[in-house]
Design a binder for this molecule. Structure first.
Ligand SMILES: Cc1cc2nc3c(=O)[nH]c(=O)nc-3n(C[C@H](O)[C@H](O)[C@H](O)COP(=O)(O)O)c2cc1C
Length: 170
């Protein structure tokens, strides 16, 4: 098998958030997609070691925010390379909202968001696939360009940590 074949799969880059009024957390995810249209549902692959995974299980809600191409490196560093287990990421996030008074949604460096109610989950080994019904969605910056995983790798020279499903072990 040519391991580099996996780099030909296309993805976007998102911030997946969950929690409650007392404790919020979020992580960077590439493995996010819409899986049904009526009702609209989105699936997210969350590593079992991610702190956010336990928050989604507890609260049964999560949000997906679409990162814009000219994001700040600190946003990627905070949400993609640190764990909320020992660090409160939302203390370093200037812009976020609470949809329906319960789902934390990251606005900073993002151009759109989806507020989801957990409907199903599937254990696929290292990761859990969380399926969420979209309760609400909004575009917040119409003219911004969504960040793609290939742009992140090729133009920004970004790397991917081991917890990501798209991590390529060489
Ligand atoms: C570009 C990029 C893509 C990532 N994609 C995923 C993903 O799809 N699923 C996942 O579980 N982790 C993914 N990660 C890793 C998590 O963002 C990272 O492990 C994060 O620190 C987990 O945070 P938490 O423990 O606070 O939840 C990705 C990281 C980066 C930088």
């Amino acid at each position: 098998m040519d391991i580099n074949t996996f780099s030909k799969l296309s993805y976007g880059v998102y911030i997946v958030a969950s929690g409650n009024k007392e404790r919020q957390n979020a992580f960077i995810a590439t493995t996010v997609m819409q899986v049904t249209s009526k009702p609209a549902k989105i699936v997210v692959a969350c590593n079992k070691n991610n702190f956010t995974t336990s928050l989604i299980r507890e609260s049964k809600v999560f949000s997906v925010s679409v990162l814009k191409q000219d994001y700040k490196p600190t946003t990627m560093g905070t949400f993609g390379f640190r764990s909320g287990k020992d660090f409160n990421k939302f203390e370093h996030c200037k812009e976020f909202i609470f949809e329906n008074m319960q789902t934390p949604i990251v606005i900073e460096d993002c151009l759109a968001w989806f507020d989801c109610q957990l409907t199903d989950e599937m254990d696929v080994g290292t990761h859990i696939l969380f399926v969420g019904k979209v309760l609400d969605a909004q575009i917040i910056a119409e003219n911004e360009i969504p960040l793609t995983y290939s742009y992140y790798h090729e133009m920004k020279k970004g790397v991917t940590p081991k917890n990501a499903p798209s991590y390529i072990m060489k």
